[in-house]
Ligand binder design. Structure first.
Ligand SMILES: [Zn+2]
Length: 104
C-alpha cells in the first residue's frame, strides 16, 4: 500500500494495485472497473492479470529495454522503484540513451 497526499495537501489517499480511497475511485472508477490516476501513477495502467509478472516484464523490457516515459506509464512510479530496489531492473545506456533494462 502506498500513501499519496492530495493536490490540496489536505487528504492522504491509500493506494493499492486494485483500490484507492480517493472519491473519484470510490464513487466512479471502481464501479466502471477502471483505475484512478493514483493507481496508474503508482502501479501503471496495464498490469495484465492473466500473465504472470515475469512474463509481463520480459515482454516489456526485452529486447532493448524500456524508455523512461513508457516505463512510468506502463508500470508506474512505485512499482518501478520497487523493481530497481530489488535488483530486477536497472538504468543502462543503450545506443546513447538511458533506458531501463531487465537484469538477469
Ligand atoms: Zn485515487
Amino acid at each position: 500500500m502506498v500513501e499519496i497526499i492530495s493536490s490540496n495537501k489536505k487528504t492522504i489517499y491509500y493506494v493499492k494495485e486494485d483500490s484507492c480511497t480517493c472519491l473519484d475511485f470510490v464513487h466512479r472508477k471502481q464501479r466502471q472497473g477502471l483505475k484512478c490516476k493514483h493507481i496508474i501513477k503508482c502501479f501503471g495502467e496495464n498490469i495484465n492479470k492473466t500473465l504472470n509478472e515475469i512474463d509481463l516484464l520480459s515482454k516489456l523490457f526485452k529486447p532493448n529495454g524500456l524508455d523512461f516515459d513508457t516505463a512510468y506509464i506502463k508500470i508506474g512510479e512505485y512499482k518501478l522503484k520497487q523493481l530497481i530496489k530489488f535488483g530486477v531492473i536497472c538504468k543502462s545506456p543503450i545506443k546513447g540513451e538511458y533506458r531501463f533494462i531487465l537484469l538477469e
